[in-house]
Design a protein around this ligand. Structure first.
Ligand code: HAM
Length: 423
């Protein structure tokens, strides 16, 4: 029997995994600078959490969740996103009671959605996301957006397009909801069954229906920006002012609604322009979710965040031919000539590694020439050669691979030598 990897998943092998490590450490570094702390939550949660949190009229909940019953008869779902879990943990661990507020969190981890796989759309993908809970100030909306934009910029991505919109506060949203119902109701029978069900429950979702997107009522549907009350308008204006002051360019798109139910006020997406992306051009999405903490059983607490997938980021970097600085060198390769030398080499390698350098040796009893080749393949900066005569003299021959310079030094000077050369 030949086993195959499940559709929509991938193995990340040595050679590629280094890119992931660089991107992940960049994410951690930018979160350190913006003072967001890491949170790690389980890969699976009670199904109900996502039905409540993400919203039971969304595509994610209706069509894309990996849901199963565990042996105890509970309904469990592999997390399709990180916000609901983060908020669950915030409530359960009473983080709202901690002295430092707002609570600023980030996560990096796998998410699962049963989608039709294509390049940039996976069934298991890794999101880097941040969530700021406990502030309803528009300057933190700008901070969250700036963090995402800076993350991409520092990695070297170009042609980014930041699109923002306001979905308004509860009052504005309600006015917009009624306008949408009035707009679609007379011809709702021309829409798919999902949209018909959405009309009363959540008419905003009709706007991002993939099946009905070309229906003529879609183009002239009431836009939320026309229904914003004064508070919502003022809020959105401050977000835009702070972004402008930071010289972060954006466009306002009144049709941006996002695919999850919990948003209000600020919503945003970061897209990338240019060829080579197919239909996948959205790299990052986020927004404000002021009712979510309460929905999940916590005290009234405002929140805002974003998530982006590392798969799409790496795809964009590849399309734009941005190369990341991978350290592919080995510090030292220890070559042993003869049986006794092999034993000595093991101890020397051990000491080199103990001193903090990367080191490799031969385990396949290769000849000297083949060991040299191996050192080349590992891009070793130095080769340390030990044979019978060196053992007798308690020395080792050390060769710098780039220059070919070679010298014999006492074994106990080797670590100091490498330390000076490689510092
Ligand atoms: P989302 O728009 O569903 O939002 O996903 C955010 C990002 O995750 C997308 O822009 C994309 O980069 C990536 N993504 C989504 N699905 C896939 C997939 N199948 N394959 C590869 N990448 C994918 C959320 O998940 C919200 N939780 C974001 C958020 C955080 N809002 C507030 N806080």
């Amino acid at each position: 029997m030949n086993f195959k990897i499940p559709r929509g998943t991938q193995d990340i092998l040595p050679g590629k995994v280094e890119l992931w490590q660089i991107v992940e450490s960049k994410a951690r570094d930018i979160c350190r600078r913006y003072n967001y702390k890491e949170i790690r939550t389980p890969i699976f949660e009670q199904t109900e959490l996502f039905m409540r949190g993400v919203g039971d009229t969304t595509d994610i909940v209706q069509k894309e969740m990996y849901t199963f019953e565990d042996r105890g008869g509970r309904s469990i779902t592999l997390r399709p996103e990180g916000t609901a879990s983060t908020v669950r943990s915030f409530v359960e661990n009473k983080l709202f009671g901690e002295p430092s507020q707002p609570t600023k969190l980030y996560y990096i981890g796998p998410m699962f959605r049963y989608e039709r796989p294509q390049s940039g759309r996976m069934r298991q993908f890794v999101q880097f996301g941040v969530e700021a809970l406990g502030s309803a100030d528009p300057t933190i909306d700008a901070e969250v957006i700036a963090l995402a934009m800076e993350f991409y910029r520092e990695l070297g991505l170009k042609n980014l397009k930041l699109v923002i919109n306001s979905l308004g506060d509860a009052e504005s949203r309600n006015a917009h909801r009624l306008a949408l119902i009035n707009h679609f109701q007379p011809r709702i029978h021309e829409f798919c069954s999902d949209c018909q069900a959405r009309l009363e429950k959540n008419p905003l979702r009709i706007l991002d229906c993939k099946k009905d997107r070309d229906h003529e009522l879609m183009g002239n549907a009431p836009a939320i920006l026309d229904y914003l009350n004064e508070d919502s308008k003022a809020y959105f204006a401050i977000v835009q002012k702070v972004l402008s002051d930071m010289k972060i360019e954006f466009v306002v798109d009144p049709n941006l609604v996002r695919g999850l139910d919990y948003y209000n006020n600020t919503a945003f997406e970061i897209m990338v322009d240019g060829e080579g992306f197919g239909s996948i051009t959205t790299l990052c999405g986020g927004g404000r979710y002021n009712g979510l903490v309460q929905e999940i059983g916590g005290p009234e607490t405002p929140g805002i965040g974003f998530a982006l997938s590392i798969e799409r980021l790496l795809m964009a970097l590849e399309v734009q031919k941005v190369s990341l600085p991978i350290n592919e060198h080995l510090d030292c390769y220890v070559i042993a000539m003869g049986g006794e030398a092999k034993l000595v080499a093991s101890n020397i390698s051990f000491k080199i590694r103990q001193a903090g350098f990367s080191c490799e040796q031969d385990f396949l009893n290769k000849k000297m020439k083949a060991q040299m080749k191996a050192a080349d393949r590992y891009k070793a900066k130095y080769v340390a050669i030990i044979g019978e005569s060196e053992i007798e003299k308690n020395t080792i021959v050390i060769k710098e691979m780039e220059t070919g310079d070679q010298q014999e030094i006492p074994v106990d000077k080797l670590i100091n030598f490498l330390g000076e050369k490689l510092k």
